[in-house]
Design a protein around this ligand. Structure first.
Ligand code: ADP
Ligand code: MG
Length: 240
């Protein structure tokens, strides 16, 4: 379970998160929507301790992320994160890209790591691309590789930050299908997304962010069909 309690985050004088409260239960899929600059990405980087916070706390399975005593490396093994831009190692094959962290971070044997990599790459539909270099993959395939790489660490949570935003429109569907597959498998996910269709179909709850404030959260039906907050209404009328 991820518990976000009254989190305030600033970059210098700029207040980016202004008291965020959100609990994500095991197996839950929460989509985060909202305009550019509203603090969505920052929230994700705070959850896995990449960024300090000024007030409040974040607990992952009861461990306080920003406590001095917390072993961040250990914590981050539980939390996968997949970004908008593909950050594959170009000189490594797909298989090597996916086995790298399990071998280096978890100390797995080559054989064990490869077994997991084959399983996860097959799962995302790349079972026939093991020996290929990332430059030979389409954007959608690269992004699915990034998802397989996160899955290979057997995380309990995965945070997705606009993973389809850099893709050509015809490639978006295959990546969203992969996310849907994970959701159906029961993975706990926070998905920052511009894909309202996806947010609506796949999420258990949708949170709307505006200028560092979570203005509204509810079921997809509630948020998309009868948003209560004026800012949510404005945002949705613009993206539709
Ligand atoms: P979103 O993902 O909703 O578009 P972000 O979380 O990326 O928003 O950014 C929120 C605000 O914080 C923006 O004004 C952005 O410019 C600022 N910001 C983000 N990261 C940094 C940083 N590392 N240093 C300074 N300002 C930042
Ligand atoms: Mg962002």
């Amino acid at each position: 379970m991820i518990e976000i309690e009254n989190v305030h985050k600033s970059f210098g004088a700029l207040q980016v998160l202004k008291g965020i409260n959100l609990t994500v239960d095991k197996g839950e899929v929460v989509s985060v929507i909202g305009g550019s600059g509203s603090g969505k990405s920052t929230l994700l980087t705070c959850i896995n301790g990449l960024e300090p916070i000024q007030q409040g706390r974040i607990l992952v399975d009861g461990t306080e992320v920003h406590a001095k005593s917390t072993d961040l490396n250990k914590l981050r093994r539980k939390i996968g994160i997949v970004f908008q831009q593909f950050n594959a190692f170009p000189h490594l094959t797909v298989m090597e890209n996916v086995t790298l962290a399990p071998r280096k971070v978890k100390g797995m044997s080559k054989r064990d790591a490869e077994e997991i990599a084959v399983k996860q790459l097959s799962h995302v539909g790349l079972g026939d691309k093991l020996k290929v270099y990332p430059s030979r993959l389409s954007g959608g395939q690269q992004q699915r590789m990034a998802i397989a790489r996160a899955l290979a660490m057997s995380p309990d949570y995965i945070l997705f930050d606009e993973v389809t935003s850099a893709l050509d429109p015809q490639l978006v569907g295959e990546v969203l299908d992969t996310l849907k597959l994970l959701a159906d498998d029961g993975m706990t996910m926070i998905c920052v997304t511009h894909e309202m269709h996806f947010a609506r179909e796949v999420s258990d709850r949708v949170a709307f962010f505006n200028k560092g404030v979570m203005e509204e959260i509810g079921s997809p039906k509630q948020i998309f069909e009868s948003p209560q907050n004026e800012e949510t209404q404005k945002f949705l009328s613009n993206v539709r």
